[in-house]
Design a protein around this ligand. Structure first.
Ligand code: 2IT
Length: 445
């Protein structure tokens, strides 16, 4: 395999798809060695097959706003790879959504899902719909219109969507309701469902909880734990909430959360009712964190700034792709940060990752750290097909085991000569081998 040659040809085929090209390059650079050691991959041309999605479905979504205006958004589903199970991955509703972003997310999802130990292929979808400021009725009408098209392409053994940025329990409810009406059966075709109608306990918390379990495993390699550490979290949505909840429960002090408007610095630590308040912030649909500062005393709000400038022991990006750049990384390193774990998908730029890897700190990528979310979606699928429901201890125990297993896989494939772990390489190789070997087994299809 010649990484530059493949990248050149992809850049020609998919000009301007920068997030997609970034995600592919990272994986190819990690797996080059194992790929070249296994001639069966080259003879099956796995590389050209794995970098392209199986198919991309795009559609228009017309809907009517509260004033009676007819609006049109774009809808997508990228069915990336189903070698090890049905396509599985979230839906993102955000004005930034485009094909490049969904292809990068789908590509990441393929390897992430392989790491979870569960039988799930990779996919992703969404829309450029902006939920900010929309009424509940508008969100419902949009979700219904979106599903009116999407339902033809999904199913419990075909493709199982879930939430991502802008798609939470409420949106999954509206999407599921429409699917059920159109299809006429009550199957587990979406995950992240409500607890009363097929959803798994712990699914809302799972991405953040899993991220903290993984972070603790990383710290354990240095005989440390998260207890007593100061933590900067970016974002304030579902993922940031779960991470803040578990980190504070385990005795860490979470000092920041952030939104598009800036970040709050709470030196007392964000725990208890302050973590609960994050849910209110989210539910207000305003996409801002400033109200936190007026709700609680002794808090600073830094308008237009990002929380990575704060001196902390641990940084957990929990917002969106490329939110942490080279300057942020140098800042964190100069401030003596000991660990950066991406809980957002591809939260760090390649330059930031390079800075981290050159210093002696612990760094791990989103596809390993945040896999607890989709893993618990997998556990929801298991419960749905058994027509059973596990209690939260059962789900949490399995989530814990899965995160430890992912950590072990990263160590197995990412251990360096000096004993430290390259988690980027470890996660990419472990995920790749599982998917690539399955593709080889199944022939050229
Ligand atoms: O990025 C992710 O892994 C998710 N948004 C969760 C996907 C899922 O199917 O639960």
């Amino acid at each position: 395999m010649n990484v530059e040659k493949i990248m050149n040809s992809l850049e020609k085929k998919h000009p301007g798809e920068k997030e997609y090209l970034q995600a592919v390059r990272e994986v190819l650079e990690s797996i080059e060695e194992v790929y070249n050691e296994n001639p069966k991959f080259e003879s099956a041309n796995i590389i050209e097959r794995i970098v392209e999605p199986d198919r991309v479905i795009t559609f228009k979504v017309p809907w009517v706003d509260d004033e009676g205006n007819v609006k049109v958004n774009l809808g997508y589903r990228v069915q990336y790879n189903n070698a090890i199970g049905p396509y599985k991955g979230g839906l993102r509703f955000h004005p930034s959504v485009n094909l490049s972003i969904l292809k990068f997310l789908g590509f990441e999802q393929v390897f992430k899902n392989a790491l979870t130990t569960l039988p799930m292929g990779g996919g992703k979808g969404g829309s450029d719909f902006d939920p900010k400021g929309k009424s509940a009725a508008e969100v419902m009408r949009f979700c219904q219109a979106f599903m009116l098209e999407l339902w033809k392409y999904i199913g419990p053994e075909t493709d199982v969507p879930a939430g991502d940025i802008g798609v939470g329990a409420r949106e999954i409810g509206y999407l599921y309701g429409m699917y059920k009406k159109l299809k006429g059966d009550h199957t587990g075709v979406l995950t992240g469902k409500g607890a009363n109608w097929g959803g798994s306990l712990i699914r809302p918390e799972a991405t953040g909880f899993g991220g903290i379990y993984f972070a603790n495993e990383m710290l354990r390699t240095r005989n440390e734990t998260i207890a007593g550490k100061t933590v900067a979290i970016s974002g304030f949505g579902n993922v940031a909430w779960g991470a803040a909840l578990k980190a504070s429960e385990l005795g860490a002090k979470v000092v920041t959360i952030s939104g598009p408007d800036g970040y709050v610095y709470d030196p007392e630590g964000i725990s208890g009712k302050k973590v609960d308040y994050m849910l209110k912030l989210r539910a207000s649909n305003q996409d801002i964190v400033k109200p936190y500062a007026s709700e609680f005393g002794g808090v600073e709000f830094h308008e237009g700034k990002r929380p990575l400038e704060v001196k902390v022991d641990i940084a957990l990006p929990c917002a969106t792709q490329n939110e942490l750049n080279g300057d942020d990384a140098r800042n964190l390193v100069n401030n003596g940060v000991m660990m950066v774990a991406e809980i957002s998908n591809m939260g760090c730029t390649p330059e930031a990752i390079e800075v981290f890897q050159k210093s002696n700190l612990l760094f791990a990528p989103g596809k390993a750290v945040n896999a607890g979310g989709v893993a618990t979606s997998g556990l929801e699928m298991t419960q749905n097909s058994m027509k059973m429901k596990w209690n939260s201890q059962e789900v949490d125990k399995r989530l814990h085991e899965i995160m430890s297993n992912i950590h072990e896989q990263c160590v197995k494939y990412g251990k360096k000569a000096d004993g430290s772990v390259d988690y980027v390489k470890g996660a990419n190789i472990a995920g790749f081998l599982k998917v690539a070997n399955s593709m080889v087994d199944m022939g050229v299809i």
